[in-house]
Design a protein around this ligand. Structure first.
Ligand code: GAP
Length: 492
């Protein structure tokens, strides 16, 4: 049997410990849909709160958050271009009927990327290299394109109208731009953020959370005056930051550490400024990422500049977990045209259609990256210790609290300690089943940074044993300073 990759182990752990699992499994799960369990929901909520904390609060940028609807009428996607351009190239097997993404099929045969190549170009390559159906070896039909949006209808009978589940959170922001611009005192730049679900009828959902049909995005569209993209008021704060980039025109050079100042010369200070801030966001949990620039053929139809932000999975190479885009006035101009409304704003007596710089994060892929980066195992004698070294800010709990035994007033003392920690704002849980070793192991597996044991000595010295997840080091800490002690450790 082939050895499990780290990714496989992370997925096993996730399924076993309720991080996530296939949706509607009871009735036969559909590929591409996953539910977050009780532990996974905590980690996901924590990630989203860290993202809000960094981008919406700490940076001090003019960013606001809204919650638009997930379903929108057809006109929205006519205006955005998704109706005609949000398509994937597909090919169907003439023998068994299996449908494949043509570019992915070629990629797996020829071991190089074909993203962005036209259906015609892909069809020609399939013929040239005599690529057959990977399932049955049958001949493949002509390459065609398939729209990736999930459609629905709103209303009943003849009066019902076509609608779509949003394929990106962006459009909910764009259609509300004018309203939010007025509410937010007619300022530019104005960043409008959304954390919410997006839906895509992916042809080949795969690798659990990595390519799903329903997933979560955390996005900010920064609306800017196009004549002000060259300068950013706070650029000096990041000018010397070095950003790991793979430039489209210098791909052969691989990752280069380029200063924000140098990038600003090519892309303008506003664009380079947010690249530096995104780098900072990833540096804090220690996630190593690179900005991979897409060339003209590879870019999404709405982008003038596009950098995929990629994390290197231990076994699968660099893969996209977020994107950083310059969408120009593509969206507002499209919505203005289709709605017949004026979406320009007054800038010093001139009418201007704002341009969008977009920070787009796939929440689920970011969680996978954190799980991949945090997965640890260590063989001791015959036992394998497995733990998730998650950053404390995203860990599902701060600490587990464990009475040594469930008698002799230990449960009451444990309840006292739990309450004290909860009152101090710490997220703690009680585990009073099985040996202490097993309780530590269970908490380690879901990434809980500390374990606190209440034992008989607690009555003598008013102290507890605090054990750290990563080092497994233990120390006695007085109950009266316990909350402070944990908070200090968390902030280190
Ligand atoms: N608004 C821009 C936009 O949606 P995108 O590159 O298509 O850009 C942004 O998506 C991010 O959403 C990606 O970087 C990825 O992390 C995540 N994402 C896209 N498709 C996904 C899928 N099928 N499953 C999980 N995450 C996905």
């Amino acid at each position: 049997m082939s050895e499990q990759t780290r990714y496989d182990k992370v997925v096993d752990l996730a399924l076993r410990r309720g991080l996530f699992y296939p949706s509607s499994e009871l009735h036969g799960a559909i590929a591409g849909f996953y539910d977050y369990g009780s532990v996974g929901s905590r980690i996901k909520n924590n990630w989203e709160n860290c993202w809000r904390g960094f981008f919406l609060r700490r940076l001090g940028e003019p960013f606001v958050e809204i919650q638009p609807a997930e379903v929108a009428p057809e006109k929205v996607f006519e205006a955005s271009g998704h109706l005609t351009q949000f398509v994937d190239p597909i090919t169907e097997c003439g023998k068994c009927g299996a449908v494949e993404r043509a570019d992915h099929l070629l990629e797996s045969h020829l071991k190089e990327g074909f993203e962005g190549l036209s259906a015609k170009g892909l069809g020609a390559l399939i013929k040239k290299h005599k690529v057959k159906c990977h399932k049955c070896g049958g001949d493949l039909k002509e390459v065609s394109v398939l729209n990736m949006m999930l459609s629905t209808r709103i209303g009943t009978g003849k009066l019902s109208k076509p609608a779509y589940m949003r394929p990106e959170t962006t459009q909910g922001v764009v259609v509300n731009f004018k309203r939010e611009y007025l509410i937010n005192r007619e300022r530019l730049p104005l960043g409008i953020a959304v954390i919410g679900r997006a839906f895509r009828n992916e042809i080949a959902p795969r690798q659990t959370l990595f390519r799903m049909r329903e997933f979560t995005q955390a996005e900010i569209q920064v609306f800017c005056d196009p004549s002000e993209l060259a300068k950013h008021a706070r650029f000096s704060e990041v000018a010397t930051s070095k950003i790991p980039v793979v430039l489209a025109k210098e791909r052969k050079k691989g990752i280069q550490m380029v200063s924000a100042k140098a990038l600003a010369k090519e892309y303008g200070e506003v664009y380079a400024y947010y690249m530096a801030r995104i780098s900072e966001f990833y540096a804090s949990p220690g996630l190593r990422v690179r900005f991979f620039e897409k060339n003209e053929e590879e870019r999404a139809f709405y982008n003038k500049y596009q950098f995929d932000i990629e994390y290197e999975f231990e076994d699968g190479g660099w893969r996209e977990i977020a994107g950083f885009h310059y969408r120009t006035d593509h969206d507002l101009a499209g919505h203005a045209r289709v709605s017949g409304q004026d979406l320009s704003v007054n800038r010093n007596g001139k009418r201007v259609i704002p341009h969008i710089v977009e920070l787009s994060f796939g929440v689920d892929r970011n969680l996978l990256a954190l799980l991949d980066a945090g997965y640890r195992e260590e063989k001791k004698k015959d036992e394998m210790r497995v733990w998730l070294s998650l950053p404390p800010a995203v860990a599902p709990f701060t600490a587990g609290v464990y009475p040594l035994v469930n008698k002799d007033r230990l449960p009451e003392k444990t309840e006292e300690v739990l309450q004290l920690l909860r009152n101090a704002g710490l997220d703690v849980f009680l585990d009073d089943g099985g040996s202490i070793g097993r309780r530590y192991a269970r908490a380690d597996e879901i990434g809980v940074p500390f374990g606190i044991t209440i034992d008989y000595d607690t009555f003598k010295d008013d102290s507890v044993t605090v054990r750290e997840r990563d080092s497994t080091k233990q120390e006695r800490v007085k109950i009266k300073v316990l909350a402070e002690h944990l908070k200090n450790k968390l902030n280190k």
